[in-house]
Ligand binder design. Structure first.
Ligand code: MLT
Length: 412
């Protein structure tokens, strides 16, 4: 008989969102006539249609695919040169950050890339994650066999958890001990906190001192409103020697269902072999992409490119303003409901303390059954998420306003 990957059996319960899905299904099955009206503020999935500039570019690309002279088969696995160039110019060089076109790798998502990146790292690394944490960072390390089993609180052996609490503004501080790989997410999912330049500088200094690599997830950078906050880790001197950055078109261009993202691997970033030889990581990631991936479709990449046109940029700004407007409505609603609220200013997530010390899942069930709103229980993101819940601002304005109203009607 063949052998399965035993590490999968260490995974605790289901992935968070399927578990939420199960509870929501039980609720909707119990109300087959569709009443009361359920509003979903759980998974951070966009609700607004794709920008018109994207639609036009994708229609044009579809037409090209129907004509022999302009038809395309396999594209470059790492992305078409015109999209890589547009990204490197607009997201980096125009902002004074040095990133070369061929350091950009276009992919089908940051979630996929943040898991796939482990292919190019050895099993010996000591890995640090924040707590609470986007569950994908943890689960992909469990699957890869980089952790021990989980304890009764759901914490995996061998991982170093960095607590994020109101005391540190939900931004993790470097540990006193040595680690080799560090996951940072800013603006943060789930807490909605955003790291300052000083905080990122502290991390870059730590990583350089420990010859560690930072896996920097900036999928929500478009939500930064404070002009002083860094959009890229490469704004910090020295980060090109110690960081990989993940970016996505999901939450700015509305591509969650369309699928396009990119990862930046600087050519100056190195790690060591088992025998201590220092080697660049860029060729390894290129090899991984060309071997295991056939690229994002031409049509989708043309759509992503259109996000960088003047028209596309204005339409993206419109989308971000819409979701941040929702975040403001939800923050104020939760505040008026006498809840303690964090985040939601530079991020599309509002992080809320559960009242009276009730657990995150008890708050989830109460909000589902009494306010008919789906939120995400904080404990699903880690032990330090217990006692919190997350409200996603991805919704219509009318729904955000209705959720704000229903939260104020809840009696805890
Ligand atoms: C979330 O709700 O945390 C996000 O939708 C997750 C993701 O983008 O993969």
């Amino acid at each position: 008989m063949s052998f399965l990957n035993d590490h999968y059996l260490k995974l605790k319960a289901g992935y968070l969102f399927p578990e939420i899905g199960r509870r929501v299904k039980a609720f909707t099955d119990a109300h087959p006539d569709g009443a009361p009206r359920l509003i979903r503020c759980g998974i951070g999935d966009v609700t607004e249609p794709l920008p018109p500039a994207v639609i036009r570019a994708m229609h044009r690309a579809v037409d090209e695919m129907g004509v022999r002279e302009t038809f395309r088969g396999y594209g470059p696995e790492q992305g078409y040169p015109w999209l890589r160039a547009a990204i490197a110019k607009h997201d980096y060089r125009d902002r004074g950050v040095e990133v070369a076109d061929d350091e950009i790798f276009v992919s089908d998502g940051s979630k996929c890339d943040s898991g796939n990146i482990l292919d190019i790292f050895g099993p010996q690394n000591k890995i640090a994650v924040s707590d609470p944490v986007y569950p994908v960072y943890v689960d992909t390390n469990v699957m890869a066999g980089h952790t021990g089993p989980a304890n009764e609180e759901g914490a995996y052996g061998k991982l170093v958890y960095l607590p994020c609490t109101p005391r540190n503004g939900f931004i993790p501080e470097p540990p006193k001990r040595h680690v080799d790989l560090i996951y940072l997410c800013s603006p943060n999912n789930p807490t909605g906190a955003a790291a300052t330049r000083e905080q990122l500088t502290t991390w870059v200094n730590y990583a350089r001192e420990h010859r560690a690599v930072i896996l920097f997830d900036a999928a929500y950078e478009a939500y930064l409103t404070d002009p002083g906050l860094p959009h890229s880790i490469y704004e910090v001197p020295g980060a090109r020697e110690c960081a990989i950055e993940f970016r996505s078109f999901s939450k700015n261009g509305g591509f969650t269902g369309t699928r396009c993202a990119f990862t930046v691997v600087p050519k100056s970033l190195c790690a060591q072999t088992k025998t201590g030889e220092v080697q660049p990581l860029h060729p390894l990631w290129l090899r991984r992409m060309t071997t295991k991936f056939n690229g994002v479709s031409y049509i989708v990449q043309r759509g992503a490119e259109a996000l960088y046109s003047d028209e596309g940029q204005a339409q993206v700004r419109g989308l971000i303003e819409h979701y941040l407007g929702n975040a403001k409505v939800l923050r104020e609603g939760a505040r008026k409901a006498k809840l303690k609220v964090y985040g939601g200013q530079d991020a599309p997530y509002i992080w809320v303390r559960t009242p009276k010390g009730i657990t995150s899942w008890a708050a989830f069930d109460k909000i589902l059954n009494e306010a008919n709103v789906v939120i995400t229980p904080g404990s699903g993101f880690g032990r330090k998420g217990e006692g919190y819940f997350r409200i996603s601002a991805f919704n219509s304005r009318a729904n955000a306003e209705e959720v704000a109203r229903r939260l104020q009607e809840l009696r805890w």
